[in-house]
Structure formats: structure tokens, C-alpha cells
Design a protein around this ligand. Sequence first.
Ligand SMILES: [Zn+2]
Length: 382
Amino acid sequence: MNKRLIAVLSIISLTLPVELANSANLTEKDKKYAQVPYLAWNEIINYKIASSNKVKVQVHASKNFDEKVKQLFIKGAQSSVDQFSGVFKPNDTIHVILATNYDDAVKLVNEVKLLLPGYESFTQRHLLVARDIFTGVVPRPSFGGGTSSRNCQYKGGPWGDTGGSQITPCPELDGGVIHWFDANPESKYQIAEGTGSHEVMHIVFSKMNKMNHYRVPEWIIEGTMHSIGLATVTKKDKLTEKPSIFNPAPKWIPMENEKSFDLSKLDNTNSDERFSIGTLAISLLISEVGAKKLFDFMSVVGFPRQWKDVFLESFGFSAEDFYKKFSDYHSWYFYENGFEVIQGTNYLGSAKKKTTITCITGKTTKKFTGTNPKCPAGYKKK
Ligand SMILES: [Zn+2]
């Protein structure tokens, strides 16, 4: 066995839930699927595009932007910049704009425009996002108002490859710009670090391939950024606390309750499920193929080939086959208490005991099994 393989094996054996695999409380499916976030997390935190570049992070913030939230956001951003510094040029700067009101957003965007050649092409989109957020036109109950210089609103559309013609790429920037527009950032401190990483990852992927943001569905884009952002903040000693790749979106509900989920429905939409479902889907994908293959896919996908052709070539199975795999995983996660199985495992993987309860509504009786099973809305515990 060569040294490299030994090194890889020792990383895996340290972090895989070994005891989970032997737990008598779990079904074979539980054992297989409960490992998905562990496998994805390991892959993400150990995949690097390294270089000796020391990319700078420069902050432009409203005076009243919460200091704690600011530092967490910068921490997440810097962490991803360092992990993937190889996609940047040696003197690149990531500008971080943190605004609590629209006037500051305009002022800070203009400030960066003077410092960063080419940024002008992106400012219209960023100020539209700022206006939507600060005037409440677009309700954002779950998210901070993060955005990035990954897309300058050129023709082509960001909702996946519709097979159209070549589109004009956005100008190349020396580094990039990420933003958080939020009137009350202090209320979002739990997601600040992950959001900083998420927004930098948009820049990282855009640097690898200008076209990937236009050529694959949003569930792949946001699922990838969100998985990496959550993996960045996932800590060994509190795996299942928020925010974490082990706790990606418990409050987000599946689109069609009690029905198997059709991921292909997200191929041409920008619904919020692109974050929650996208994170689950990309974690599953990474757990099967590894992080490198996903990064490689994102670096080659583009015009004139369709993303599904590149998907098949990159991963060895078709998008349609992946929709089927995901439907099974999704059913387990939401309807067979998979989320609770994941939540019930600790770092060493011992699983909590599961119990079964009976819930009734009218004449319908259903059983639910989990580490802490609850009856769904409308049902009463028998
Ligand atoms: Zn995003």
C-alpha cells in the first residue's frame, strides 16, 4: 500500500461513523444513508485547490453593521478563499460589502467600483438585489441577503441550460465582490459564517469556468455552494448543531408531502428548494463520486454541450439515474425519519434508540419511528 493511500484511509477512518455501521437499531438503508453527510463533509473539507497566493479580503461595511456577524462572515469568506486560493491570481482581492440599508449599499458599491476595474458591469444586478431586500419586495425568510459577482445579468439566464446560443461572459475581475444586504444582520449570526463561505464559492466556481453558472440548473449551483458553506462551518464536536451539513434544512419542507420527490422539477426553477433540496442532492452526489469529480464537472460544463451529457461523462451515471437515486434518499430523509437518524448519531456514530408512535387523524392511523418521533400537523398521538 502506498503512502498516499494510507493517508487517505486514515482520514476516513477518523471521521466515518464506525459504530453506526454496527448499530442494531438501524436498518441497512439507515446505515447506508446516514453516512451520506459524513462522506460529503469529509470530501469537501479535504478537497483543496491550493497555491501560495495570499488573496486579500477587504471589507466595506455600514457603520452600524453588527461586529460579531461581520467577523463571522469574513471568517467564512477567508476560509474558502484560502482553501481554493489556486483559482485566484496572486494580487487578487475579494471585496466584501456589508450594508444595512439601501443608501449604504449604493455608496459601498460605488466605492468598490472605483477600486475594481470591470465591476461596473455587475453593479446594476447587485443594486437591484439590494433594493429588493431593503424594500421587502422579495421576502427572504430563511436567508441572509447574500450575493456575489458571479453573474452580471447578461443574456443567457441563470436558470440552467436551455440549449440556446452562446452567451457573452461577464468581465473578468481581479478577485471579486461578495455582498450581504441585511437590515438586521444581528438576527442571522448563526448563518453568517456559512454565508460568507457560500458567496466566496460562487466566485471560486466562476473563476474555474465563467459559464458554469449559466449552464447548469440552480439546484446544482446553490446546492454546491450551500453544501460547501455548511461543510465549512461543520465542527466535529457539534456536528448536528446549526448550521451544519448534518443539519442543513430541517425546517424546510419537501415540495410534495408523502410523494416521492422529482428532482428534475427543479431543473428550470429558482424556488427556495434549490438551497434545501439542492444541498441534500449535492451531498448525496459528493458522497458517491467525491468532491474532485464535482469540481471537474463544474470546470468543463458549458456551451455547446448540454449539461446532462457532461454530467453522464463526469459521473458515470445519467442525470435521470441520479434523480431516481435522489428520490429514494429524499424519501428516507423526510418520510423514514432519516433526518432523525442522522441527528441521533454522534461523532463516533453511536445511534440513539428509536421508538415508534401511532398518530391518528379522523379515520387515518399512521406509525412514525424515530429517535424523537412526533405526529405531523393535524394528527394526534394515540
Ligand atoms: Zn448562492
